[in-house]
Ligand binder design. Sequence first.
Ligand code: MF3
Ligand code: CO
Length: 258
Amino acid sequence: MIRKMIRLKNEKQIDGIRRSCRMLSAMYRDLVPLVKPGVETLELDKWTRNWIKKAGGKPAFLGYGPKSNPYPAALCISINHEVIHGIPSRRRIAAGDLVSLDCGIDLEGFFSDQAITVEAGRVAEPVHALNMVTKECLYKGIEAAKAGDRLLQIGRAVYGYASLRGYGVVRQFCGHGVGFDLHEDPAVPNDPHGPNPKMTRGLVIAIEPMINLGTGEVELMKDGWTVVTADHKLSAHWEHTIAVFSDYTEILTEKIDP
Ligand code: MF3
Ligand code: CO
């Protein structure tokens, strides 16, 4: 019954999603050098909107969500104890900040989603370690995404890798199906709980571990979007869009090494 809601993609549709993903990663390659101490986060958002427009895509996050409080930007910028969905503002990035960037593109109806976490200037060693482990968690999750296996293998891999090292795993937010829409079924949790469909050829998902220096507990801010750690310790976030084929899994978004 759960499987019925998963919209599997054919090769041609995956070609379209891949193009959207390539565009998104190209945007990130140009954006990363601008993520420096002193830059205003609203400037980064304006830049991103422009880039995507010039490239012929649409920012998938802009206007997303409830009509009463749609997401107001193209880019999510979540700094330090902010986990996800930070709203760009007049705030300036400071040296030592841990800056998570999350963006999606709608290219001719094909949706991509990718997040990276950038260290602005030099960050403290435990903060850098958190960031690297979070990125590793993403790749552990991707390795577990294989046709014929169960979806919760992804969360099992992510959760095991992070918790063994003493980090908190955010469970209130998940990865997700993606491609025809920004958020589709199935939910792709970062721990092994919930529906556990078999992964098959044509499954396109975003895997996105959110890993904390303290506990995995999070809270929603009054703006209705920004998610922060409950203990105000730091958090990192990495995300790729991937496609499952019968005998291999392809990472559709490209590696960004800030
Ligand atoms: N990548 C984000 C996610 O999957 C999408 C942000 S939702 C938006 O949660 F509203 F901020 F666009
Ligand atoms: Co996502």
